[in-house]
Design a protein around this ligand. Structure first.
Ligand SMILES: [Mg+2]
Length: 230
């Protein structure tokens, strides 16, 4: 059972831990060719910070198909089959400073780390395994649970209460991500929100959403360690 001063860090993946230079969207683009017989570019929908299921549903609608869970699952399975080679092709890598942060917090007794991501679990495993950081996370809220990111933060709070302490408070949670959707889903549960401009959004764009803290990068890991007082 965790101590009352412990904290939980909920990490986003794309643009926060992983720079994949479009590997995910490219894998989805290839999947649409397989699935529909023609390409529906991910770039044609609002995909930044979106969950894999909401991306799949949006593509099915664009193709004029009924967006059923089953068909979204088939499209996502196809996406996952392309993901490893796309990570290779785009030379995906961990974002500077994040491996040091994960390791630092991993060694800290008062810190727990988990995932809060729009990826499905298998996609998260592939991406984090690719950069060698998949062993740091105690649990995760993934798109398999819901296609709505705000549901995922509520789910992450439930998981914290299941895995860490039955009365785990949102005030002991820090949601770390690179998009306005990460900030919003953290606020929904009353957690602290830490935004980092290493994805597609600038510091100015993220500032408009009023996160608890905002960093340009984690290339100097001490900025986050100092902020958290760890
Ligand atoms: Mg992200």
């Amino acid at each position: 059972m965790s101590k009352s001063e412990d904290i939980l860090l909920l990490w986003d993946i794309d643009g926060t831990l992983l720079s994949a230079k479009g590997a995910g969207p490219k894998a989805f683009d290839w999947a649409t060719i397989d699935h529909f017989g023609y390409e529906i570019p991910v770039a044609s929908i609002d995909w930044l910070g979106a969950t894999d299921y909401s991306i799949a549903y949006a593509m099915l609608e664009k193709a004029g198909k009924t967006a059923t869970r089953q068909e979204a699952q088939e499209l996502i399975d196809c996406y996952l089959s392309y993901l490893p080679e796309m990570l290779d092709a785009t030379n995906a890598r961990a974002i500077e400073g994040t491996q040091e942060l994960l390791e630092h917090f991993h060694r800290h007794d008062a810190v727990h780390q988990a995932l809060l991501t729009g990826n499905v679990r298998r996609g998260a495993d592939i991406k984090l395994g690719y950069i060698g950081v998949d062993h740091y996370f105690r649990f995760g809220a993934f798109a398999d649970h819901s296609d709505q990111r705000n549901d995922l933060s509520r789910h992450a709070l439930d998981l914290a209460r299941e895995h860490l302490h039955p009365e785990w408070s949102p005030e002991r949670i820090y949601v770390i991500g690179d998009t306005p959707k990460d900030i919003e889903c953290g606020k929904v549960i009353g957690a602290h929100t830490i935004a980092v401009a290493t994805g597609h959004h600038s510091v100015e764009q993220l500032q408009e959403h009023d996160p608890s803290a905002l960093f340009k990068t984690f290339s100097d890991p001490s900025v986050l360690i100092d902020y958290l007082g760890l």
